[in-house]
Design a protein around this ligand. Structure first.
Ligand code: KG4
Ligand code: ZN
Length: 357
C-alpha cells in the first residue's frame, strides 16, 4: 500500500485520529503531537452490561458496531478538522476482548486505507500510562502502575515509547477484585465505583483483610485471596447493616490500596526513580489517589495521576502513545491483528506487528 511517508509529515503538528474499543467503551479522539486533545468522545456501554453484573463480550462487540462510526464522526467534528487533515490513525489492538477490538481495528484500517495514511497499532496498557502526557510534563524514567478491570501491572517507563514490565498480578486484577467483591455484596456493576462511595463513610480498620505479598520482595500482585476473604467474612456475618457494609467496603478497599501503594513504592525505590504515574480505571479510586500521594511524596517521589476522564478507557490516551510511536517512525501493517492478553514475558519490547521506519 502506498502510505504517506512519515518523514514527509510536519512532525511538529501531527494530527492523529485515535480509536479505542477494547472493552465496553467505544471511543474516538483527535490528538495533536501526542499531547493536545482536540476531541475525545466516549460512548459507554456500562448501563447495558449492568443488567448482567459484568461485561458480556458478544453484546460489547455488537454495541461497538452500532456506535463506532457516529463516535468517529463526532470526534472529527468536535475537533473542527476535515478528514483530510488527519496524518495517521492510531488504534488499540490489545489487550482486550477480541470481538470488541476487531470493531475498532477494522474501522481504523478502513480509515487508514481510505485516506491513504499510516495505521499505528497501540498497546492499551502502555497507552493508559501515556495518558499522563495529555496533562503533565513528567521526566523519564518513571514507574508506571496500571490498575484496571483486567490488569494490574508495574512498569519502568524509560521514554515515551519504552516500557519494561516489572511485575503484574498473578490472578485477579485490582479492578476485578473490586468488581467481584461488590458482586458478593450485591452492589451494582461496576463495583469499584460503589465500593469507593460506600467506603467514604466506613471504618477502614474495622476488618483486618489480608495484604497479599505485602512483605515479600516480589513486584507481583495477588488479589484473589483478599476477594475470597470477603466471601468468608460475609458467610460468618450474614445480613450486614448499612454501616457494617460501609466498614467492609472501607477495610477491603484499604487492603487493596495499601498493597498497590507499597508495591509501587518498592518499584520506585528499586529503580531509583523520582516520579510515579498511576493510571487505568482503578486510578479513579479516591483512597488510592490520597494514599499514594501521602506515602510516595513522604519519600520524595512525585505522583502523577491523570484526571478521571483519562483514567477510564478513552481514545485520547491511544492518540497520545500513537503520536509518540509515529514520531519514532513506528507504524503498523494493514494485516495487524488483535491480541487478547498482555505479553506473558517480562522485559522490553512492544510486540504487535509494528514496523519501524
Ligand atoms: O481502565 P478501565 O476503564 O477498563 C479496563 O481497561 O479494564 O477500568 C475499569 C475498572 C473497573 O474494574 C472499575 O470497577 C474500576 O476500573 N474503577 C474503580 C473506580 N472507578 C473505576 N475502582 C475503584 N474505585 C473507583 N473509583
Ligand atoms: Zn483500560
Amino acid at each position: 500500500m502506498n502510505v504517506k511517508e512519515s518523514s514527509k509529515i510536519d512532525r511538529m503538528s501531527l494530527t492523529l485520529l485515535a480509536i479505542e474499543s477494547s472493552c465496553d467503551e467505544t471511543s474516538a479522539a483527535v490528538v495533536q503531537d501526542g499531547t493536545k486533545v482536540l476531541s475525545n468522545v466516549v460512548a459507554s456501554q456500562i448501563d447495558i452490561h449492568k443488567e448482567y453484573g459484568g461485561v458480556v463480550p458478544e453484546i460489547a462487540s455488537r454495541m461497538h458496531v452500532e456506535v463506532i462510526m457516529p463516535v468517529v464522526d463526532k470526534a472529527i467534528k468536535e475537533a473542527n478538522i476535515e478528514k483530510e487533515n488527519i496524518d495517521a490513525v492510531a488504534v488499540t489492538h490489545g489487550p482486550g476482548l477480541i470481538g470488541a477490538l476487531m470493531v475498532g481495528l477494522s474501522t481504523a484500517k478502513a480509515m487508514a486505507f481510505g485516506l491513504n495514511i499510516p495505521l499505528i497499532g497501540v498497546n492499551h496498557l502502555e497507552a493508559h500510562m501515556s495518558a499522563v502526557h495529555l496533562e503533565n510534563n513528567v521526566e523519564f524514567p518513571f514507574v508506571g502502575l496500571v490498575v484496571s478491570g483486567g490488569h494490574t501491572s508495574l512498569y519502568l517507563v524509560k521514554s515515551y515509547t519504552d516500557f519494561e514490565l516489572l511485575g503484574k498480578t498473578r490472578d485477579d486484577a485490582a479492578g476485578e477484585a473490586f468488581d467481584k467483591a461488590a458482586k458478593i455484596m450485591d452492589l451494582p456493576y461496576p463495583g469499584g465505583v460503589e465500593i469507593d462511595k460506600l467506603a467514604k463513610e466506613g471504618n477502614r480498620d474495622a476488618i483486618p483483610f489480608p495484604r497479599p505479598f505485602m512483605s515479600t520482595p516480589t513486584l507481583d500482585f495477588s488479589f484473589s485471596g483478599v476477594k475470597t476473604s470477603v466471601l468468608y467474612y460475609l458467610r460468618k456475618h450474614p445480613n450486614p447493616s448499612l454501616q457494617e457494609l460501609k466498614d467492609i467496603c472501607a477495610s477491603y478497599q484499604e487492603a487493596i490500596v495499601e498493597t498497590l501503594v507499597s508495591k509501587t513504592l518498592m518499584a520506585a525505590k528499586e529503580n531509583h526513580v523520582e516520579s510515579v504515574v498511576i493510571a487505568g480505571g482503578v486510578a479513579c479510586n479516591s483512597r488510592l489517589r490520597e494514599l499514594s500521594k501521602e506515602k510516595l511524596e513522604q519519600e520524595g517521589i512525585s505522583v502523577y495521576i491523570p484526571s478521571p476522564k483519562y483514567c477510564t478507557d478513552n481514545a485520547a490516551m491511544i492518540g497520545s502513545l500513537g503520536g509518540f510511536m509515529f514520531q519514532n517512525g513506528t507504524t503498523s501493517e494493514l494485516s495487524l491483528t488483535p491480541f487478547s492478553t498482555s505479553r506473558p514475558k517480562y522485559g522490553r519490547g512492544r510486540g504487535g506487528q509494528a514496523k519501524t521506519a
